[in-house]
Design a protein around this ligand. Structure first.
Ligand code: DAH
Length: 343
């Protein structure tokens, strides 16, 4: 065997060994350069051709070309193998176990106030009422004067009011919407108006400086106290169940005459008396009455022709009762662990 042939074979063997040991594609590239590159060992053999007698040159050329082909094939094969191994590793690392339990998606929950308001609106819309909105920042004229609560009337002090200036305040009651609706003069009126009210009260289990009321008002010809009783009785039965009884106690509100407070039979004990109703069998729910003739007049209606009834109910009170929540503060803290119970 000529020394050239031996040399080429040796290069081929060395290349095969190094390719066999290579554990990364980068390493194979280095090997390619080392053997087949411009300064590579196989290329060096070709460079030494000038020392070979011309008749032998084709032979040497063939050895070198064969060796180059073999090394190239080995390299290609190894690159393929390493890439396949790499891919297999990647796939294994990215494997998803579809049998694992999924991560829980937290979804939002409705606030008990919102759930209770929906319920109240559903009941009154079903009886043909319209839902009306009124301003939270109000003239004292609408919050008090037009509701038959003149300057210096003690009721102005009873509801500790947040004043913005002499004439403008944060409304203390949704009754303020009554005057707005009557002044529009679109009769008859059958409306409820839910919304936020403000009183400078300290926060405790049953008080907050800001809470919600739902006002209701019906104005038409020939409206009687029986209409008021019938309507609110239906409301109570729809809200607390068909067995619910109602009772009207005489009361006083400046803007209604006569006025009453409505109690419902305790939906916990059915009226026998329990801890929930403090033993009385009854739970106070709302204030109501026949719209005072002065109020009608001040709002541009003729009390000889038109009359009606009105009522006001605390939304939080309904939510607390209906969902048996014993502290109003829970409604404002928005602790998701609490809100989760409602849907
Ligand atoms: N505005 C009263 C309050 O805040 C509730 C009320 C009582 C509203 C009687 C009325 C009503 O419309 O007729 O305590």
């Amino acid at each position: 065997m000529s020394s050239f042939e031996e040399k080429v074979k040796e290069i081929e063997r060395l290349a095969a060994e190094e390719i066999g040991n290579a554990d990364a594609v980068e390493r194979l590239n280095e090997i390619k350069v080392a053997f087949l590159g411009k300064k590579g060992s196989l290329t060096q053999v070709l460079k030494a051709m000038k020392d070979v007698p011309p008749e032998e040159r084709p032979m040497v050329g063939k050895w070198v070309n064969d060796a180059r082909k073999k090394i190239e094939d080995r390299l290609t094969e190894s690159v393929k193998k390493l890439e396949a191994e790499l891919q297999a590793k990647r796939l294994e690392a990215e494997t998803i176990d579809v049998t694992l339990p999924s991560r829980k998606q937290e979804i939002g929950h409705r606030h008990p106030n919102a759930v209770a308001l929906d319920e109240v609106e559903r009941i009154f819309i079903g009886m043909g009422y319209e839902v009306v909105e009124g301003p939270e920042i109000e003239y004292d004229e609408y919050n008090f004067t037009k509701l038959n609560i003149p300057d210096n009337h003690p009721a102005r002090d009873e509801q500790d009011t947040f004043y913005i200036n002499d004439r403008i305040l944060l409304r203390t009651q949704t009754s303020s919407v009554q005057a707005h609706v009557m002044e529009k003069g679109e009769l008859p009126i059958r409306m409820i108006s839910p919304g936020r009210v403000f009183r400078s009260d300290e926060v405790d289990a049953t008080h907050s400086p800001s809470f919600h009321q739902i006002e209701g008002m019906v104005i038409d010809k020939d409206i009687t106290f029986s209409d008021l009783k019938g309507t609110l009785d239906v409301f109570a039965k729809e809200l607390f169940g068909p067995e619910t009884k109602t009772k009207f106690r005489p009361h006083h509100f400046p803007f209604t005459e006569p006025s009453a407070e409505m109690d419902v039979s305790c939906f916990k004990c059915g009226g026998k008396g329990c801890r929930f109703c403090k033993g009385s069998g009854w739970i106070e729910i709302l204030g109501c009455g026949m719209v005072h003739p002065h109020v009608l007049e001040m709002c541009g209606l003729d009390p000889e022709e038109y009359g009606g009834f009105a009522f006001g109910v605390g939304l939080e009170r309904i939510a607390l009762l209906k969902y048996e929540i014993d502290d109003m503060r829970l409604l404002y803290e928005n602790d998701v662990r609490f809100l989760k119970q409602f849907s």
